[in-house]
Every structure is written in C-alpha cells, then in structure tokens.
Ligand binder design. Sequence first.
Ligand code: ADP
Length: 586
Amino acid sequence: MFDVIKKLKFFFKENALQYTLSFIGLGLGNLCAVLIPFIVGMMIDDIVNGIMNTQRLQFYVIAFSVLIILTYLLDFSWVYGLFSGAYKLQKQMRSKMMRHLLRMRAPYFERFRTGDLMTRGTQDIRALAETAGYGMEVLMTSTVYLGVLVTMMGITVNWALTIATILPLLPMIYVFRKKGAEIDERYETAQKSFSKVNEDVLEMVDGTRVIRAYVKEEDFIEKFKKQTEDLYHKNNLVSKTGAIFGPTVKFFEGFSVVVALSYGSFLVASGTLTVGNMIAFQLYLGMTIWPIIAISELILILRQGSASMRRVEEIMNATDGLNLDGQEDITEVKDIKFNQFNFRYGSSESINLENLELDLEKGKLLGIVGKTGSGKTTLIRQLLNQYPIGTGSFDMGEYAYQQYQDPALRRMIGYVPQDHVLFSRSVRENIAFGKKEATDEEIMTSIRNASFEDDLKKMERGLDTLIGEKGMSISGGQKQRISIARALIKDPQILILDDSLSAVDAKTEQNIIKNIQKVRKNKTTIITTHRLSAVKQADEIIVMDNGKIIERGTHDELIKQKGWYYEQFLRQEIKSNEANEEGEVR
Ligand code: ADP
C-alpha cells in the first residue's frame, strides 16, 4: 500500500521545498487548532473558580481571534501547496506518458487498445496524483495531527483517561486492513471495466456511419448498456466497501465517547480532574473524529493510488519489443536489397514474407501489386521499421538496415498510409507538417504536384481552410491528395505510397504519377496499389501472393508473361472502358 509513496519519492524530492513548507503550514495549523480546547478548559475553570474578570476575558477573546486568523492563513497555504503539487504531478506524468506513446510502434498498440490507454492516461493518473495531494493531507492528519491531539489529551488532561478512551478504537484497525485489500481488488476491476467503456465509445463514434447504415444501432446500444451496467456494478462494489469506513469510525468513536464521559465523570467526582479539563477532553475527542476518518481515507487513497500506479507503470514499462539501437547515420539512400528474407508477425501462424529477393536501385520507381492479404503492407512496414526486422538480409547502401539510427531512417522516408491521417488544422498546417519551415510557394508546388490545386480554388479560405474533425469535411480523394502533398513537400529520399491513390479517379491518378516521376528523378519511390494503372510507368513491378513474389518485371514484360498481372490488367481495363462508355452515354 505504501509502495505508491515510495514510487513517488522522486516527485517529493523534486518539490522538496513546496512539500516542506506545506507540511510546516499543516503542522502549525493543527497546533493552533489543538490550542483552542486548551484555552476553553482554562476559561471554564476560571468561571468555576470564580476568578473570571474583564481583563482575563479580553485575553481569551484576543487569543481565540489570533488562533482563528492563524489557522485560516496556515490552512490556505498548505491546502494550496499540497493540491497544486497533485496537479503538477498529473501534468508531469501525462507528458511522460505521451512521450513514451509517441515512441512506440505498431506491436505496442496491438497490445493496448486506445480506450484502455485513455483511461490509464486520465483516470489512473488522476487517482495516482491524488496521493500527492489529498493523500499527503490525510497522511499528515492521521499521523501528526492525531499524535499531537492525543499528546495534548494526555499532557493537559489525563493519560489514563486518554488511553482508556483510545482502547475501543483499536478493533477498527482490523476492519480497515481487511476492507483495504478488498478496495484494492475491486477498484482495479472497476478501472478495467472503465477502459472497456472507453473502447466502446471510441468504436461507436468512429463507426457511427457504418452502424447506422447496417441498422445496428439497437445492437450497439444494448452492448453499451451491458458494459455500462457492468461498470456501474463494479463501481458500486467499490462504493460499498468504501462506505463501510465512515460508519465504522463513528461506531467505535461512539464507544470512546461513552468511556470518556463515564470515566471522566468519575475522575471529576474523585477530584482528579477539573470541570474545565473534562470539557477540554470532550472537545479534543470530538476533534479526533476527522483524523481517525483520515486513516480510512488514507487507506482508500493509497490502495487506489497503488492500483492506478500499477496500471500506469504497466504501459510505461511496456515497449514495442523493437530493437532500435542502430548507430550509423544516413543522409542518402542508395540501393535497397532484400536477400532470402523472411518475416512472420508474432501473432501469425504462417510466414508473412517468404524468401524475398529484391534489388531496388536508387532513383527507381517500384510498384507492388497483388491480392488483398498478399503481403504488400507487410513489406512496407519492414521499410518503416514498424515491426521487428525479419531474418535473411535487408540492406540499405553499405549497411544492414538495422545498423542505421532509427530517427535518421525516418527522416529519409516519406509515407502516405492507406488510412490517411489529417489533423484538425488548416490545409497549410497539414501540408507544412512535412516540412516545418515550408514557404507558401513550396506548399503550392506540392499541392499542384498532388493535383489538389483545383480543389483548393473551391475552398473559400484557401490554404487557411480548416479541415479534419472540427473543420470542413472533405472527400476521401481530397484527403489522399493532401496527404500526398504533405509527403512530397518533405522531398524524402524514399517516398512510399501505400494504396494511397485508391480514391482518386484514373485521370487524376495518372497526373499525380507523372508529377511524382518528374519531381523525384533521383529519388526512390514505392507504390503499392490495387489499381494496376497506377504502376504502369514503374521501373519494376512485383506481384505478391501469400507473402511471396510470384511475378516481376516492367508492365510490358508482365503483360507478356500472361500470368496474374496480365489477367488482372485486362479485367481492370474492361471495367474502366465500360465506365467511360457509360459516362459518354450519359
Ligand atoms: P496486403 O497489404 O497485401 O493487403 P498485408 O501485408 O496487410 O496484405 O497482410 C499480409 C498477411 O499478414 C495477411 O495474411 C494478414 O492477415 C497478416 N497480417 C497483417 N498484419 C498483421 C498483424 N499485425 N499481425 C498478424 N498478422 C498480420
């Protein structure tokens, strides 16, 4: 349970001054509070002994006022100090987590789903940070404050009475220990269920259109209802265990009051205690309720904090398992060579790239075609360092691929994925993402090369048009072309278009390919596609099937081979002719 405090030690050390001042403030505030019953006791004894006069009363009023003002100021300073610490910790942990996530590759995100990561990054980090704020308050209250109170009770009133009053509270420790472990377990289960709810929400928001198109709203609502009911049930169990703490404290505290009153009255009657002492003692006892409740709060916070710490650590300690310790720098990509190269995904039963032989010279255009699931994307992912590198040889220039530094490799590559990612920003910012210091002129050149110029003219605010989630909705083809413009402005040594022309018409596709060939004369380009016309001009085309290259050559050579490529090309030609004819009739 206290492991979470140990693990947060680094943070307490970093903010040592803030925490020291807060603790001093808290200690002094508590001291002011415990002096009040002591003065009340003195006042009552003055009245009982008939010695109260204006001068003494003035002293008491001034003493009370000073204590009240001091308590106010001190409480404000420590509450602010501790709770701002909690926010600081949240900020720090979230940035650390973001930095970690941005470094991770595909295998990591196959292990942790987005909704789960969101829950851990928000809810869990918040619960964990509570330890650094409220947790520290209850820790101090249940130890230092309670200790000072008990000492005051013993010293200023009577030790025997103090011990007798504390005895009925001891069985509480047993209840706290037992229920504390239960809270831990139930809380972790509830957090897991919350992650699932988050995953469902993401899936539904992403898939709304498909869900509606297939009239599956009711199914999803039903599934979501079940998930939220599960979460409700699990949170309820946490509350149920948590709810036992408060009443338990009051229950045992009740017995304490009975002991204090009866034994205290006996001591007054026997002349050992004054009436003032007895009243001061009762006031002290009333003041112990909060520090004792604070013990239960402390258990709750620390248990939840350490469960959340485990969940946060799990994603922070997990890696994508990729070995990216290459040391060589790379500023120019020469030939790319695969030799007897094999690769299999960790979760795949069969081999996904088999005996790959490929020699791609610098400045050439390579086309990769083949059925869905034949291994095109898998090959691209090897070039992008997204998965562990397979066996056999994979060289780039004079070194094996793994020998290069990963960031240097990434700088060499421009990638346009199938599922284009645009940010909720302007067209300009989305394109300049590829080159930070790009001028408008450069942006316009890449827009022209990606055949997006006419579309841009139709946008009222031109380059400043906001796109993405919060902006203007644009078509799939437009998204693809903005993504291409972004990659072109980077002018990378290797440009990879992964089926990224699928949503543009045949004529636009030809224009883009022509432009790419013109501007990338000395640089390597790789295009994977379903539409064979996109790679007609390629220097080499490979046809993949089941992870293997089954045909290779230029377009003309492949046509002559009369294999899969030839048949597919004829089929696509007939289709596009039919489409053209239909267009003319209309
Ligand atoms: P293509 O891009 O040609 O459509 P892929 O390269 O995506 O094909 O897939 C090739 C094979 O690898 C398929 O059988 C697919 O199911 C499998 N595969 C793809 N991604 C993964 C993955 N992350 N884990 C396990 N198997 C995968």
